[in-house]
Design a binder for this molecule. Structure first.
Ligand code: SF4
Ligand code: SF4
Length: 185
């Protein structure tokens, strides 16, 4: 295994191209990203610090940092960086690498559960159904939520890609394993 930076370039390079990911080394710690981060105003997320940790090969620390998952991928830092660091994409690739090793926040794993159980990352609930009806729409959109027999195909994708294992999904309970026990972040 190489350094975290090398992994970011190799893995992210397959998606974005290596040059895109290599911009991580251009970070000069100016802090414009952190200064404009809407999430960082309310959370422990310090974008600049994440990049420093990545440059310094602080693999375990960054993979175990809860704030890695606080980025909302709003791309504000991406627009603001004076050095052209592809910030948000770097964060997304670090998350992917972390997730592959079993580090994924419970809220992100739960989004997988919603998709697996309903086909929607944000399932439509009774309130939304009422609003739809008040607008003259069917209470359910024409998706897996209405056509539940199609949900099996969504679940097949989870099995084929092994995303069910990545989020540690228990098919018997139809829920996450260890969620209550807090074994996994
Ligand atoms: S704005 Fe760009 S150069 Fe400045 S700290 Fe953030 S990533 Fe680094
Ligand atoms: S993309 Fe993420 S890190 Fe960047 S400003 Fe938005 S929330 Fe903050």
């Amino acid at each position: 295994m190489g350094t975290l930076y090398e992994e970011i370039v190799a893995y992210g390079g397959e998606v974005f191209g290596e040059e895109h990911m290599e911009t991580l080394l251009q970070c000069v710690q100016c802090g414009k990203c952190t200064g404009g981060c809407p999430s960082g105003r309310n959370t422990a997320l310090r974008t600049r610090k994440l990049f420093r940790m990545a440059q310094e090969d602080m693999r375990e620390e960054i993979f175990n940092a809860p704030e890695l998952w606080f980025c909302t991928t709003c791309f504000t830092c991406y627009e603001r960086c004076p050095k052209g660091v592809k910030t948000t994409d770097v964060i997304r690739i670090i998350r992917n690498l972390a997730a592959k090793e079993g580090h994924m926040s419970v809220p992100h794993r739960m989004i997988g559960v919603y998709v697996l159980k309903t086909g929607h990352a944000v399932p439509i609930g009774p309130d939304q159904m009422k609003i739809r009806e008040s607008l003259g729409l069917d209470s359910q959109p024409p998706t897996t939520q209405k056509y539940k027999e199609q949900l099996e195909q969504v679940q097949d994708i989870f099995r084929t890609t092994q995303f069910d294992a990545m989020i540690d999904f228990d098919w018997d309970k139809m829920d996450l394993r260890g969620k209550e026990g807090g074994e996994k972040k």
